[in-house]
Design a protein around this ligand. Structure first.
Ligand code: ADP
Ligand code: MG
Length: 619
């Protein structure tokens, strides 16, 4: 069996490569399969619109470094020229040096300020763009993606991972540029002041380079582990809090604590490893730097003694050397933020590289206009085959025609494929074979607004967004007036309970007093669907949280609401069947009985048996 259209671009060799048992599903790992070059392409596309501003901030940094590095040179000039001149009662050079020193300090401060402001603006814009992209992309991805990529991971992508990129941009890059610039400036300056001393300093770059390379390699691994560890902590946290009710119900707290402690420890350990690597690096680099300084001071002192080197030059050289080896620690910092940002960026790029498995049509088609007297549309399942990625085929080959305006009740045991049928009709998924047609148009070709107006599904979850009750109903049709919202609520029997809330329709559903029960949530969801006024309404056990009188009331309302509309009502209580024109009994992804309710009840089939059992249970 082939899986439904895959959104993960799997390369041939990836399929062949034997995988460890734990790594079966790529979605179990944090890093999704990312096409080669996607990470750098993402970085480029983020920075491309700000090329001019990035160049401008770099220039500011260049100038600032020039001002900073003027210091030791001025000291050398003061010792070797200005002080002797001062002794000869010429005050000019010393005053000039003092003024130049102050000016260079002022300039470096001013430039530093300008740089910080300019680069912060660039960084904020980059991060704004990136967060927006992650949100838009995640929202556009299909339901099957979200079923496999947990919300904890998504949160981790848009928080920790974006944050580590922020660190790189706001501190890391500045460090890197400063380090490179000071190396270049200072080496040139030293070589110019005294080629011999300069050569010793430049020779020390060899061991430093090896040190940096080793650190980079080892820290890379450690940082990868660390970022996976923190993501696991977040995933566990989010999952536990999302499932807080079953956690309480089954007294899972202790087990969860233990699990969380393990993950937390792992994160702590990887953090420790990272610090250890950093410490090794700092110790190594200090060793190299101090050895080089000692050599230069020794040799320089000899040469000052025999008169081949001026004292001022030696002083400047030592000052420069200190400045030269100072940035090495910061290079380590840069490598740190670079490594974690690279790991994060790769994960973000992997997420952004996912393509929706339910893509928007390239050439969208419109539905034929509705005849005003009947708002329904014809639904056809034409040889539909479908299976979830993680399981076998749920619908082996499904054919069904629902004429416009018909109300179809679907019954059948749990796992028969009723919800799958509903989700295919709402285009949460695309079939792997065959077509689902709405008035003759394949759902895959249908323009998104047309689909939104065409098919609406109400499920038992009945999710409410933060906002008022009225806002939640208005999701069905954002431009609806308050009168229309209330009319929808009245039609479904939700008006009374809404009016009894502290602020009526303006009650915030997340605030105290705005708490509403599962059954009431379902009524709000109904009103929302009704307001949307779709051609096809799907109700998937949408009344399951209502009590019997509540369900009765909804059913009475349904009779009017559904009139003329095409409706698929998946029912867990057989009473719903009474409002249907037609009943389908599903087993194992197939329709095993299909007929008018009265016919089926009177017959000897499965439905008749079910119905009799249900009748008996009522008395
Ligand atoms: N998101 C999913 N991923 C994988 N398998 C699923 C998913 N949803 C449902 N299934 C499987 O598909 C089959 C049909 O499920 P469903 O359509 O929900 O049945 P029903 O609504 O009739 O109870 C079941 O075997 C179920 O395990
Ligand atoms: Mg179901």
């Amino acid at each position: 069996m082939t899986a439904p259209t895959t959104s993960v671009p799997a390369t041939g060799d990836e399929e062949d490569r034997p995988r460890p048992a734990s790594a079966g599903d790529p979605f179990d790992r944090d890093v999704l399969p990312t096409p080669p070059g996607a990470t750098s392409a993402l970085l480029r596309s983020l920075l491309a619109p700000m090329r001019a501003r990035v160049a401008g901030t770099t220039l500011l940094l260049l100038l600032q470094q020039a001002a900073v590095q003027a210091g030791p040179l001025l000291v050398a000039y003061a010792i070797d020229t200005a002080v002797p001149a001062f002794r000869a009662h010429d005050h000019g050079p010393l005053i000039a040096v003092a003024v130049a020193y102050v000016l260079s300090a002022l300039a470096s401060g001013g430039l530093q300020w300008a740089f910080v402001v300019a680069s912060a603006r660039v960084n904020q814009d980059v991060l704004l763009d990136l967060r927006g992209r992650i949100f838009r992309h995640a929202q556009a991805l299909s339901v099957d993606f979200h079923e496999r990529y947990t919300s904890g991971r998504l949160i981790s992508r848009s928080t920790t991972d974006v944050e580590s990129l922020r660190e790189l941009l706001s501190e890391g890059l500045q460090e890197l540029i400063t380090v490179i610039l000071s190396f270049v400036y200072i080496s040139a300056m030293l070589l110019w002041l005294d080629p011999g001393l300069g050569a010793v300093a430049v020779a020390s770059f060899g061991p430093l380079y090896l040190l940096v390379r080793a650190y980079r390699r080892r820290a890379g691994r450690v940082f990868q582990e660390r970022s996976t560890a923190i993501a696991a902590v977040i995933v566990k946290f989010v999952e536990t809090m999302n499932g807080i009710r079953p956690v309480r119900a089954f007294r899972r707290e202790a087990a969860n604590d233990a699990g969380f402690r393990v993950l937390n420890r792992r994160h702590e350990r990887t953090n420790g490893d990272a610090l250890l690597e950093m410490a090794r690096y700092v110790i190594g680099s200090r060793l190299v730097a101090n050895t080089a300084v000692a050599l230069i001071v020794l040799w320089g002192a000899y040469r000052v003694a025999d008169g081949s080197l001026e004292l001022g030059v030696l002083a400047a050289a030592v000052l420069y050397l200190r400045r030269l080896y100072d940035p090495i620690d910061r290079l380590g910092m840069f490598l740190n933020s670079y490594q974690s940002a690279a790991a994060s960026l790769e994960k973000i790029a992997g997420l952004l590289a996912q393509t929706p498995s339910v893509p928007e049509p390239a050439a969208p088609r419109r539905l034929p206009p509705l005849a005003s007297e009947h708002p329904g549309r014809e639904v056809v399942f034409d040889g539909v085959r479908f299976g979830y990625r993680t399981g076998g085929e749920v619908l082996p080959r499904f054919d069904l025609t629902i004429p416009a305006g018909q109300t179809v009740a679907v019954v059948g045991s749990t796992g028969a494929g009723k919800s799958t049928l509903a989700k295919l009709l709402a285009r949460f998924y695309d079939p792997s074979g065959g077509r689902v047609l709405l008035d003759g148009v394949d759902l895959r070709e249908l323009a998104v607004p047309e689909l939104r107006r065409g098919v609406v599904m109400v499920t038992q979850e009945a999710f409410l967004f933060s906002g008022t009750v009225a806002d939640n109903i208005a999701i069905g049709r954002p431009e609806a007036t308050r009168e229309e919202i209330e009319r929808a609520a009245k039609a479904i029997g939700a008006h009374d309970f809404i009016s009894a809330l502290p602020d009526g329709y303006d009650t915030d559903v997340r605030k105290r007093g705005g708490r509403i029960s599962a059954g009431q949530r379902q009524l709000v969801a109904f009103a929302r669907a009704l307001l949307a006024d779709p051609a096809v309404l799907i109700l998937d056990e949408a009344t399951s949280s209502l009590d019997i009188p509540g369900e009765r009331a909804v059913q009475r309302a349904m009779a009017t609401v559904l009139r003329g509309r095409t409706a698929v009502v998946i029912a867990h209580r057989l009473s719903t069947v009474e409002i249907a024109d037609r009943v389908l009994v599903m087993e194992h992804g197939r329709v095993v009985e299909d007929g008018r309710p009265a016919e089926l009840t009177a017959g000897t089939g499965r439905f008749a048996t079910l119905h009799r059992a249900w009748r008996d249970s009522l008395v």
